[in-house]
Ligand binder design. Structure first.
Ligand code: FAD
Length: 275
């Protein structure tokens, strides 16, 4: 007979919840470690109150910049996109409001695409714009374990494993590293990240991986050392100079990664504008 789980524990008593979960699910790794994200609508609304929207427009691409961190609440249905949009539109008019509402739109868009395409989003939606035939179908263990030897990537993997959350730019870096630098299929990477995310959202996740890979965009997303230092330098450890796979111009990176099959824009700007 199936055992009923207790539902009478006080949500606020997180230590008691951790002890209970560990006793019920001893086979789970880290069952005693609770996510830093407290669940529920009340906690989501509290987070919204502390979100400094006025800083968002300028800071959202920086790993230590102000972002809402509301995705766990949105993805679990504690807050809706529409109420966040309404909330933002009531704030003093600014570029930050515009950018925030625009970003909410990405999630809505991904869900519309999922609604149209269904499980087809598990396969390439378009032809890749760079060669991907030789990509490995399973995720290498060093990526799963965060032991790639590249301190910046290992730190991102560790944060993902420990908290279930990554900043958007960090997700882009990691996805690009997996697909373009390590030549692993986007599907293997997407399934892995989705399994660890506390805000795991099938449409946003798998379509974002396809966007990075270039099967749902016009070009691959790649980043270089300069970009990493500018947006993540204050948060991520530096990588060893010798053999740093990111320490190239975009033109040189494209040549190394895609053998001339793709030429980035001559401005040298980071490829892709969706960040
Ligand atoms: C490879 C990859 C995988 C991703 N997987 C997921 C996922 O499984 N679940 C998920 O919710 N988001 C996913 N995203 C989108 C985005 O990274 C997160 O929604 C965002 O980082 C959540 O942090 P936040 O709440 O502080 O976002 P904010 O920047 O504060 O944005 C507010 C809200 O808008 C929505 N949003 C913002 N940017 C995006 C975006 N680019 N795509 C979709 N929705 C967006 C989210 O609901 C977010 O909570 C992924 C992005 C990438 C590049």
């Amino acid at each position: 007979m199936m055992q009923q789980l207790r539902t009478d524990l006080e949500l606020a008593d997180r230590a008691a919840i951790a002890t209970y979960l560990q006793s019920e699910f001893p086979f789970l790794e880290d069952a005693e470690t609770l996510s830093p994200y407290v669940g529920g609508r009340a906690a989501g609304l509290e987070r919204l109150q502390s979100f400094q929207l006025e800083k968002y427009g300028k800071q959202r691409n920086f790993l230590d910049g102000e972002v809402s961190r509301l995705s766990p609440y949105v993805s679990r249905g504690c807050l809706t996109l529409e109420e966040l949009r309404q909330w933002a539109l009531k704030q003093p008019r600014s570029r930050s409001v515009e950018v925030f509402v625009f970003e909410l739109g990405w999630r809505a868009f991904f869900h519309l695409v999922y609604g149209e395409e269904g499980d087809r989003i598990l396969q390439d939606l378009e032809e890749p714009k760079v060669p991907m035939g030789q990509h490995q179908r399973s995720l290498p263990a060093d990526i799963a374990n965060g032991t790639t030897g590249i301190p910046s990537m290992d730190t991102l993997i560790q944060i993902l494993r420990e908290t279930g959350y990554l900043h958007n730019h960090a997700r882009m870096y990691l996805a690009s590293y997996v697909v373009h630098f390590r030549k692993v299929s986007w599907r293997a990477g997407a399934d892995w990240m989705y399994s660890l995310l506390i805000d795991g959202d099938f449409a946003s996740n798998h379509l974002s991986w396809q966007w990075v890979a270039s099967t749902f965009s016009t070009k691959p997303y790649i980043f270089n050392r300069e970009n990493l230092e500018r947006y993540a330098g204050s948060v991520l450890p530096g990588d060893p100079k010798k053999g740093d796979p990111f320490n190239y111009s975009y033109e040189a990176l494209a040549e190394r990664l895609f053998g001339g099959a793709y030429t980035p824009e001559p401005t040298g700007r980071p490829t892709g504008q969706y960040q």
